[in-house]
Ligand binder design. Structure first.
Ligand code: FAD
Length: 305
């Protein structure tokens, strides 16, 4: 089983993420895709971030530090206004790295945003692990980040939405393709269950059963992904609280993610209960010593995501 590590990687601590993009279109917010002029976004709900992803041949093209990466696990380094993800592809043949950061040029409305100098600057103060990976990134491809507000009506007559058309998410839970596949599987199951001996199908019943279960699941994924993004990029005292909270947790406690990796629900009753979030305000950091505060605002010990 793959494990995920969440590591606070940045040693900078200045302003919080904010949206300063072009006028928003209703229901949309920044996520990602392509090198292009700024698209629609919703203000006040997140940062202007970009992906840069690139498979790197393993192990010959990697320097010593990166060669030590465990390709069986997902590692996430988080910090204010940026994060860095690494995981193995093709059963450990390749290492994929994703660097996500706030682009000052995009925030300023400039057309040429997400440039290599912005990438280097965004990660300049990060820990050695991240510093080793950044020079290996491809620098010719990046994405803006967008999602849409959840919608609960996916069916109109005999037309049904599925996949990104119904629920484009922010990428933090890596569930976009997963949800699309699950949509197709659930719909197929309900269609198969309503096929009569003569081959006719009760489409109305199948689509109603599909719509009864999938929108709520995907709503949870979309809203949780947004919350994870906000959690990853916290700054100041909130960041200290997050780090304190995560360090105190059992590395093998998956109770906050079990709901997503369990069997796919075919009915609303099968949808697992959601976890109860732990309010960050409940974490007391007043007892942190100066050195602990310094450590918390610098490089942190890996903890389970
Ligand atoms: C950089 C990146 C990393 C990602 N990583 C992950 C991950 O780790 N895990 C995960 O689960 N998800 C991930 N996703 C999200 C995932 O790729 C999408 O959620 C998923 O592909 C959605 O599937 P879909 O079939 O709904 O849409 P798409 O894959 O977008 O397929 C839609 C298809 O329709 C075609 N099309 C569009 N308009 C027309 C038209 N008018 N006529 C005919 N064809 C048309 C398009 O060309 C496309 O082929 C990632 C996405 C990106 C960009």
């Amino acid at each position: 089983m793959r494990t995920a590590r969440l590591t606070d990687s940045s040693s900078t601590s200045t302003s919080r993420c904010r949206w300063a993009g072009p006028p928003p279109a209703a229901g949309t917010r920044p996520r990602g895709s392509g090198r292009r002029a700024p698209g629609p976004g919703r203000p006040g709900r997140g940062a202007e971030l970009q992906d840069r992803a690139g498979p790197v041949e393993a192990p010959s093209a990697l320097d010593r530090d990166v060669r030590d990466v465990d390709l069986s696990e997902v590692s996430v380094h988080v910090g204010p206004r940026c994060h860095f993800v690494r995981y193995g592809l093709r059963g450990g043949e390749m290492l994929n790295q994703v660097a996500v950061f706030e682009s000052p040029k995009a925030l300023a409305g400039e057309e040429d945003w997400g440039t290599p100098d912005e990438l280097d600057h965004a990660f300049a103060a990060t820990c050695p692990d991240v510093q080793a990976g950044i020079p290996l990134m491809w620098r010719d491809r990046w994405w803006r980040m967008f999602d849409r507000d959840p919608i609960m009506t996916w069916v109109d007559g005999n037309i049904a939405l599925l996949g990104d058309a119904a629920h484009p998410p922010l990428q933090y839970m890596a569930q976009g393709a997963v949800m699309a596949i699950e949509d197709g599987w659930v719909l197929a199951k309900h269609v198969a269950a309503r096929r009569a001996d003569d081959g006719s199908i009760d489409w109305r019943g199948a689509l109603a059963a599909y719509e009864a279960v999938r929108p709520e699941h995907c709503r949870r994924v979309l809203t949780t992904a947004r919350a994870w993004g906000e959690l990853w990029h916290l700054d100041g005292v909130a960041r200290l609280r997050r780090n304190t909270l995560l360090r105190a947790r059992d590395t093998h406690d998956y109770s906050f993610t079990d709901w997503i990796y369990g069997p796919t629900a075919l009915t609303p009753e099968e949808e697992p209960p959601m976890f109860t979030p732990i309010p960050l305000d409940s974490v007391d950091v007043s007892g942190l010593t100066d050195s602990a505060r310094s450590a918390a605002s610098g490089n942190a010990t890996p903890t389970t995501a």
